[in-house]
Design a binder for this molecule. Structure first.
Ligand code: AMP
Length: 419
């Protein structure tokens, strides 16, 4: 028989680890819903054009898409990110602005798998469409910050930059091109390829020979218009007012070609530098328009769940803690009593599991132990005959076992567990 494993870069997430994922999603949802964001759910598959609009100078679009022709011969792709899908949804439905939404879910990129880099990876994020105000940039950054705090992460660096207005950015791109062209063969071959497509992205190179040329490159701040500089100053003042520490990183750029003004990234200080981006985002213009909608200001962020959890592991915070069962029903009289009692416990809001296959007392008690339940509820032949059950606390210091009427078991456990 053939055996199968997950594809490279894809993983199974098993319990109890999966419970941690759900808790993370819940914490994120609570954080952003409390700020007026509603959940948007878009399909995993979109027309390839939705993603090629992100920009053809990014590896995400040129090399890493899971694209294929469906049975109707439509050229489609699994989504590599969610901003483009959200903008497509906005252009399609034209909701009233400001449109404040959040999302959570998997994305797909055909990358080289390594620690913190997968081919299917999960993100949580927000997007706001229709508001052009620096205070919103502050709100959006603060939400991500608050989320990391809620998880218990401490070793997170926030870096910010402004790409200026589109004209500032264009002037900067021209200056960068001249700078890097003058360097010629001093740049790595990959960076020379990038230079031909998008000089900004050369700044992203982590290759050693490029470092000195990046360090001596012009910085965007020298190209900021008065308006862009004022916007950026307001963002910084807002972060200061909220006590959120940050560093201005003048060489920070981001993948999407549409970014303008504020961009930001969160770095996990415990992670290797090549994979230390926990998440990031920024302001973008033109994406909704490129997807057939009206000209609309946008800002958002996406945070990588996989990497965030690796950072939690490194810091020893936000550990997996599955819900503890209140009761494990052990019925050695055939199972009919367990069917009823387990259902009763569950409908009273208690967490309950049971043994199956009418296994021996010893075998079922072993299961009860392994389940981590705080109590075993035992029904043997005597209890079945008298309509009673034995309630046995599973930890030694939690008192002695008691035999009580079956009809009192729910109330008894509710009292013990304060549910
Ligand atoms: P991006 O959409 O490229 O700005 O990525 C935002 C965040 O998603 C990154 O900072 C990572 O935390 C996460 N991320 C991106 N690509 C991957 C990947 N291949 N595997 C795991 N996480 C990823």
């Amino acid at each position: 028989m053939p055996t199968f494993q997950t594809s490279p870069g894809m993983r199974d997430i098993l319990p109890p680890e999966s419970a941690r994922w759900r808790r993370l999603h819940n914490i994120f949802a609570d954080t952003v819903e409390a700020a007026g964001y509603g959940q948007v759910m878009t399909p995993l598959i979109e027309d390839i054009g939705v993603f090629t609009r992100i920009g053809d100078a990014t590896d995400v679009v040129t090399k890493e898409m899971y694209d294929f022709h469906d049975k109707g011969d439509r050229h489609v792709s699994l989504r590599p990110e969610l901003t483009a899908s959200v903008c497509r949804a906005f252009a399609e439905h034209r909701p009233i602005t400001p449109w404040k939404v959040w999302y959570a879910g998997p994305n797909f990129r055909y990358e080289k798998p390594q620690r913190g880099r997968f081919r299917q990876f999960d993100q949580v994020g927000v997007e706001v469409l229709g508001v052009d105000d620096a205070d919103l940039d502050v709100e959006v950054i603060a939400l991500a910050w608050e989320f990391y705090r809620a998880l218990g992460l401490q070793q997170v660096n926030l870096i910010v930059n402004s790409l200026g207005e589109p004209e500032d950015r264009q002037a900067y791109v021209d200056a960068l091109r001249s700078h890097f062209e003058a360097v010629g063969d001093g740049l790595t071959e990959q960076s020379r390829v990038t230079l031909a497509k998008n000089p900004l992205r050369v700044l992203d190179s982590k290759r050693e020979p490029d470092a000195e040329h990046i360090a001596s490159a012009p910085t965007i701040a020298d190209f900021h218009s008065a308006e862009a500089a004022a916007h950026f100053a307001k963002v910084q003042a807002g972060l200061d007012a909220l006590g959120i520490p940050f560093t201005v990183e003048p060489k920070l750029v981001r993948g999407l070609d549409y970014y303008r003004r504020t961009i930001f990234e969160f770095q996990g200080l415990t992670l290797d530098s090549a994979q230390n981006a926990l998440g990031g985002g920024g302001r973008y213009d033109g994406l909704v328009e490129a997807l057939g909608g009206p000209a609309t200001a946008g800002i958002g962020f996406a945070l990588g769940v996989d990497r965030t959890l690796l950072a939690c592991d490194d810091e020893g915070v936000f550990e997996s803690a599955p819900r503890v069962l209140d009761a494990f029903v052990v019925d050695v009289t055939g199972g009919a009593a367990a069917v009823e009692l387990t259902a009763e416990l569950r409908s009273a809001g208690l967490a309950a599991d049971r043994g199956f296959e009418n296994r021996s007392m010893k075998a079922q008690m072993k299961l009860a132990n392994r389940s981590g339940a705080t109590h075993a509820v035992i029904i043997g032949a005597d209890e079945l005959a008298d309509g009673t059950a034995i309630v046995k606390p599973m930890s030694r210091d939690a008192g002695d076992q008691q035999t009580i009427p079956r009809s009192d078991v729910v109330a008894h456990l509710q009292q013990k567990t304060e549910r």
